[in-house]
Design a protein around this ligand. Structure first.
Ligand code: 5RP
Length: 236
């Protein structure tokens, strides 16, 4: 049997996540191509009569969810969520993540942490032994970028990491997140002490948040040549 390509693997992981959905749930809806597979499948279930409410992690996801007919709410309406289903750029065996490749890390983290449970869906290429191969996104205020870059570099060095730190661009201008912030992509190669780095990054005044999700995900569903693997808390 041929192994699924990355797109199919994303769809397989997204489909497995549907098993965790129960009627009446308040659901955080992630951002990115894997989360989009989940939103599309969830839309089909809603069309078939499933009653849930979605809280999107980005304007992009909100638009897709509306298009497929998922009823939406805000965190003001629903400050406590049952479950968030989202993708990731990397995950390790302790369910620690790098997120933010799509630029939605702040809303993704706010929504994941407002949820009783976060399920990550991914193709198996996202599994790593050590986080950091994917450039770590750090969301920063637009004020004082040069200072924040310097302090981010110093924080990384103190946490044992080195590498280029690049202001993310889009169409020749700085990329701006849904929250109006810039993003630094930190090409660190490996992050041996993610908790240490995370603590140092949040202490920088210009840093709004970073893409290290530590102790937040309770389950990772990954799909690939070997089929579907569920790491962490099983069950529905
Ligand atoms: C967006 C994210 C995404 O979950 C992450 O980038 C994975 O995206 P994809 O499913 O397209 O590989 O964190 O900010």
């Amino acid at each position: 049997m041929s192994s699924p390509g990355p797109l199919n693997a994303k769809r397989l992981a997204a489909a497995r996540a549907l098993d965790f959905i129960e009627p009446g749930m308040r659901l955080g809806l992630g951002t990115g191509s894997t989360a989009a597979e989940f939103v599309a499948l969830l839309g089909q279930r809603v069309a078939d009569g499933l009653r849930v409410v979605g809280i999107p992690t980005s304007e992009r996801t909100a638009a897709q969810a509306r298009a497929v007919g998922i009823p939406l709410a805000t965190l003001e309406d629903q400050p406590e969520l049952d479950l968030t289903v989202d993708g990731a750029d990397e995950f390790d065996s302790r369910l620690r993540l790098i997120k933010g490749g799509g630029g939605a890390l702040l809303r993704e983290k706010i929504i994941a942490m407002a949820s009783h449970r976060m399920i990550v869906i991914a193709d198996e290429s996202k599994a790593v032994a050590v986080l950091g191969r994917f450039p770590l996104p750090v969301e920063i205020d637009q004020f004082g970028v040069a200072v924040t870059v310097r302090q981010t570099r110093e924080a990384a060095a103190r946490a044992g990491c080195q590498g280029e730190i690049v202001l993310r661009e889009s169409a020749g201008a700085p990329f701006v997140s849904d929250g109006g912030n810039f993003i630094l992509d930190c090409h660190l190669g490996r992050i041996d002490a993610p908790e240490d780095l995370a603590a140092r990054l949040v202490a920088i005044p210009g840093v709004v948040d970073h893409g290290l999700f530590l102790g937040i995900a309770s389950t990772v569903i990954s799909a690939g040549a070997g089929g579907i693997t569920v790491l962490g808390r099983p069950g529905s």
